[in-house]
Design a protein around this ligand. Sequence first.
Ligand code: GDP
Ligand code: IMO
Ligand code: MG
Length: 446
Amino acid sequence: MDESVRHTCVVGLQFGDEGKGQLVDHLAATANVVVRFNGGANAGHTVRLGESRFALHLLPSGVITPGTTNVVAHGVALDPQQLLAEIDQLAERGISLTGRLLVSDRAHLVMPWQKAEERLLEAAAGRLGLPVIGSTGRGIGPTYAAKAHRLTAIRAGELRRLDRLAPKIAAIVTLQNALLTTLAALSGSAFEPFEVAAVLAALEPCAARLAPYLADTASWLDTALADGQTVLFEGAHSALLDVDLGTYPYVTSSACTPLGLGVGSGLRDARVDRVIGVLKAYGSRVGAGPFPSQADDLAAARLRERGQEFGTSTGRPRRCGWLDLVLAGYTARRCGVTGLAVTGLDVLSDLAEIPLVVAYDLDGQRLTTPPAEAVDLAACQPVCEMQPGWRSSLADCRDWADLPAAARAYVARLAATCGPVAYVCVGPRREQVLPLPATEEIAPRR
Ligand code: GDP
Ligand code: IMO
Ligand code: MG
């Protein structure tokens, strides 16, 4: 294996939607292989080329770049219909994935009853006074739960043998209908029981179409590395939504840091020597959960309007606020970030000064790391530092040196807490990703 090859992982450092898709698309030009290793269609990653916009949910954001092979590894919760819909949408736009997409035969399938369970469970939990997460409704939590339960889970490789899968599905449908009927009664919602014949009829064409893409992707990646290929790992969701490190229980159900790529792809994370932590220059969160740096309604509406902060998966308006350095410093350390990509700087261009959250006050104590419990995080009073704004458009900047001094100072302030900066983004398009010169040392490497 060529040890000089650099493998990279891109992860988000906040609550998702930092611009990971844009960074992966930028880096894909230098990669042979792009891998999704966690989450499922609850992710929404946007790539913009000129006026064209691609919203990817299951496919890696390397698909737009010709010459890349794209891998959906076994850690992904795979909705077969959604994957095929994305493949078709790209084909309509002239992008073929034939021979350049591999889907793990060990990936767990999202089945329709898992989406129903998610909807009914949230409704029942709400009625009973349990936390409501505000899930995307893509069935991801129940799919990973079924994976852990094992008895009712289905993996993509099973689609190769529908003769064996059909009786298993019949048994699962019986079980699920019984469980979901009870859940529906508790939630006060309607539930139409699943019919085996209909489930199989929907699955059969998917099985046929997915067959050519199925592979043992972990072994395939071993060979790719041995051949000296460069691999780019695309983290979905973000560190604050990580099932262990995030603001539990208001998180997603997968491991969203570079630590997840080993489990989710079968490669050791030690083989990745560059971790790009994507950090939006302000804050956003979609769904429920604590967000100490959330702005007041007026300021949040301005950020939402300027940043077009509406969910890529669900279209929901995102809650908006300021950059929280307590949380971002914590996640940058947990992710082992070697370089930051600071996105959305242009969104702040209309502000005379910009608040940054640098500490919390909780019960008379000053905190610089987040408390473990979501309820305590929600009670934290943010301590803000004001940074001077720049009040000029950044959209046409094409080099770090083109940025106004105040914008560079703002970035340097983030770097002081979160680590060295490798990229800044001044807009959503490909050419608005600006690599920093290697010599530009704006924060010491930790
Ligand atoms: P992801 O989930 O991290 O890939 O991010 P999303 O695609 O869900 O959301 C990020 C949104 O911000 C998308 O609409 C991007 O096109 C857009 N975006 C990315 N970087 C920038 C930037 O630097 N400035 C602005 N204004 N928008 C950006
Ligand atoms: P990307 O990859 C933003 C949020 C949901 C919800 C919680 C749990 O585009 O950054 P789930 O459907 O996983 O059960 O939802 O997590 N969430 C995201 N928010 N970006 C994402 O992904 C998200 N993935 C999940 O809104 O609050
Ligand atoms: Mg997104």
